[in-house]
Design a binder for this molecule. Structure first.
Ligand SMILES: Cc1cc2nc3c(=O)[nH]c(=O)nc-3n(C[C@H](O)[C@H](O)[C@H](O)COP(=O)(O)OP(=O)(O)OC[C@H]3O[C@@H](n4cnc5c(N)ncnc54)[C@H](O)[C@@H]3O)c2cc1C
Length: 408
């Protein structure tokens, strides 16, 4: 592909060097394509802080993608393995316990600070001659022609590619400028995130308590008594919790989650609005969307990034098949396979996450009792639990080549 690279001309331009866009860049570089990765804000160094308050639960499928792209060793070093997950209804007695022993696996996945993943990806990106990273350009316009996508930058320079990929997050500039609509819903919740120390060891367990206002998750980090928290509350409460004194915050958190003893806050607090959205299309002529540019879900099951990584690996798969057949990788006709594949897979997850969110939102007393009874019943169903765990770990569904163990 792109045998004689003209200056400013690429096989694929990826807008957005977040974890999903960077993963796609690596996958495509390994397929020999010439890549331009554009992002003014990515790779900001936040290593002067003790912890990144943004963390991600990584499924087995994502682990394999990272392994196959040779970035897993750098991530694993700072990843916390979690073996159990305890979920309970704070307004009743319903609880569900998941364990890796239920499915004969060594763990249920890993919790990693986002900056660890981003750094590992960045270091790998810089090792490829066929990836050009531009962190200074601002894009002004997007124009699609028969044979190429053209980006005009603020300084009037142009960049050309056979395929343009929008990996630029929830408020995707690419999606908007391609006039691709979205269906969106706000949950009227904000996720308050920070990192805390607990008196007791986190026991390599992810804990999640469902309150009528939203779930509170304690996610274990690689030091035994350090956890990241994701506390979904009303926007007003999030504002209050962000602004109250450290000791008042610790007290309120301890009240909501007394299970690991005294809590000491170790990082700043920040809140993110929560909602779900899905793009009307994932592909157009010379254009594809991946990751949060295409969809977002409530973080209660830690699936958003994992879905995006599967998008990246699946798109790489589809492109590779087109390359092998010497076809034009930017034709919508050739990209449709990616859209059919990932739209269907993501719809299942989007529907499931929205259903969970509604199930645990405030309900009349009778429904709360039914929910609690249902959770206790579910907790005893070993086979159904096993299927759910396998699904959440990314073992089920139509997986791309990179999501299999040691594919390369
Ligand atoms: C509180 C919280 C907890 C979460 N926990 C989990 C979890 O445990 N597990 C999980 O799988 N998911 C989780 N998620 C979801 C996950 O964080 C996102 O799905 C994931 O970060 C999306 O990655 P992305 O690369 O698609 O988008 P982003 O991370 O949003 O990256 C987009 C990139 O595009 C760049 N960009 C934007 N506009 C432009 C432009 N015009 N030009 C150039 N570049 C641009 C941005 O600078 C950014 O670098 C969580 C989300 C939240 C809010």
């Amino acid at each position: 592909m792109q045998q004689h690279i003209e200056e400013n001309s690429f096989d694929v331009i990826i807008v957005g060097a977040g974890m999903v866009g960077s993963t796609l860049a690596l996958a495509l570089a390994k397929q020999g394509l010439q890549i331009l990765l554009l992002d003014k804000f990515a790779f900001k160094d936040n290593w002067q802080e003790k912890y990144d308050i943004r963390v991600s639960a990584i499924t087995r499928a994502s682990q394999y993608i990272f392994e196959n792209l040779n970035v897993w060793d750098a991530i694993k070093e700072y990843a916390c393995v979690y073996e159990n997950m305890q979920v309970w209804d704070a307004s009743g007695k319903g609880e569900i316990a998941f364990s890796c022993l239920d499915i004969g696996e060594p763990n249920l996945g890993f919790i990693v600070e986002n900056r660890v993943i981003q750094r590992a990806l960045f270091n790998a990106l810089t090792m490829h001659d066929n990836i050009q990273i531009d962190t200074s350009a601002t894009i002004n316009t997007l124009h699609i022609e028969k044979n190429q996508a053209i980006l005009t930058l603020e300084n009037e320079q142009k960049r050309f590619a056979s395929l343009l990929v929008g990996a630029d997050g929830k408020r995707s500039w690419v999606r908007e400028n391609a006039n691709i609509g979205i269906t969106a819903k706000s949950y009227s919740q904000h996720a308050l995130v920070t990192v805390v120390e607990t008196a007791q060891d986190h026991q390599n367990t992810a804990w999640q308590s469902f309150f009528p206002e939203g779930p509170l998750a304690f996610l274990p980090l690689y030091t035994k008594n350090i956890s990241a928290i994701v506390w979904s509350v009303s926007p007003n409460r999030a504002k209050t919790l962000c602004n109250i004194s450290t000791s008042d915050f610790e007290q309120q958190l301890e009240q909501a989650f007394p299970h690991l003893g005294k809590i000491t806050i170790k990082e700043k607090r920040a809140a993110f609005p929560l909602g779900t959205h899905k793009a009307q299309y994932y592909v157009q002529e010379r254009l594809a969307l991946i990751g949060d540019a295409a969809h977002s879900v409530h973080p209660l099951a830690g699936q958003g990034l994992n879905m995006g990584l599967l998008d990246a690996a699946s798109l790489a798969n589809v492109i590779q098949q087109q390359q092998q057949k010497k076809r034009d990788i930017g034709l919508q006709y050739n990209l449709n396979a990616y859209q059919r594949w990932r739209k269907a897979e993501n719809l299942v997850m989007l529907t499931a996450m929205d259903g969970f969110q509604r199930l645990f939102s405030p309900q009349p007393l009778l429904l709360q009792q039914v929910r609690n009874y249902g959770m206790s019943w579910f907790n005893k169903q070993t086979l159904i639990k096993k299927i759910l765990i396998q699904y959440a770990m990314g073992f089920e569904g139509h997986l791309p080549d990179l999501a299999y163990s040691r594919f390369l």
